[in-house]
Design a protein around this ligand. Sequence first.
Ligand code: PLP
Length: 356
Amino acid sequence: VYNFSAGPACLPEWVLNKASQEMLDAHSSGMSVMEMSHRSSEFENILNTAKDRLRRLMDIPEDYEILFLQGGASLQFSMVPMNLLKHSADIINTGQWTKKAIAEHKKLGDTHVVASSAEDNFTYIPKIKQEDLSPDSDYVYICENNTIYGTKYKTLPPHDGKLLVADMSSCILSEPVDVSQYDLIFAGAQKNIGPAGVTLVIIRKDLLTENEALPSMLNYKTYADNNSMYNTPPTYGIYVCGLVFEWLEEQIGGLEAMEKINHQKAALLYDYIDQSTLYSNPVAKEDRSYMNVPFVTGDKDLDAKFVKEAKEAGFVNIKGHRSVGGMRASIYNAMPVEGVEALVDFMKKFESENTK
Ligand code: PLP
C-alpha cells in the first residue's frame, strides 16, 4: 500500500530493511538494539552517531544542543513555557497544535495570541509586523507546518529582540533550514524523523539554565547535562531515527536533495488539483504545505466514496482530519514520487467516473 498517514507515517523502505537485518544482531553485539543497555558503549555510539549525522544534515551550529526526549511534541507545549517564559509569550495561532500550545501556556504564564487565522478555518498563515509583538514577550512561538490544515510558513515572522520557538513536527528534515534563525526547535519523531515515542529538541546552549523549581525531567538542562540519558531514553526509537538520518545523508544526499523531491511531489498534487473540476484545496497558494495536502470534492458523500475506493486501491490513511473534512495526502520524506504519481492517476480516474 501507499500510506498517506499524517503520523505515525511511512518510513523509508531502506530504513525498515536495515532495521530488520539488524534486528537480532545489531552492531555485532549479538543482540537487538531493544535489548541493549543504554549505558553500553554500543548504544552510546548509536546515539552519538545519530546526533552527529543530524548536526551535519541540518548544519546545526555548535552552540546548539540536540536532545532526545519523550512525551511527544505535546509535552513541549508545557516545557517551552516552563523553561523560557519569564514575562510573557507571543503565539501565532494557526490551528489545532497552536491552540493546544496556547492552552498549556495560559496555565503557566502571560500568553498573547498576536495573530490568528481562525476566522478563515486556518487556511492561511497570518503575516505579522514587529509592532504586533508584545513589548515584554520573551519569545514568539509558531507552528511552522500545520499538519491538519496544510499551511506552512515560507518566511519567518519578525521577532527582533525576542527568541523564536518553532514546532517543526511535520516539516523538519523536509528542507534545509537556517537553524541560527531559531532559538528552540522541537518535533515529534513520527512523521519525518522516525517512530513515535521520540521527541527531538534543538536548543541554543545559553538557554539551558539551572532552575531548582522545575522537576528535573521537565528541565532541558537535565537532558543536555546527561547526553539525553538522565533516565532510560527510548533506545530503539533513537536507533531508528539514526537510520533515517543515515538514509537522508547517504541515500538521498542531504536536505537540499530532499527538498527538490518534496517540491516535485507537492507540485504533482497541487497542479492536478488546481486544474481539476472535482477537487479543490482551500489553502492560500503562497502558504501551501509541501508535506500535508488537504483536498475536498465539496460533497461529503463523494468524499467518503473517494476514501473507501482509494483504500481498496491501496491508498491508505487518506481521510482528512475531522476539522477540515474531505481528504488529506501527507507526503512526508519517505513517500516516494511513484506513490504520489499513482495517487494522482487514481484521482484522475475517480474524477472521470464521478463527473458528468
Ligand atoms: N505539533 C504538530 C505540528 C503535530 O502535527 C502534532 C501531531 O500530529 C503534534 C504537535 C502533537 O504531537 P504528539 O502527538 O507527538 O504530541
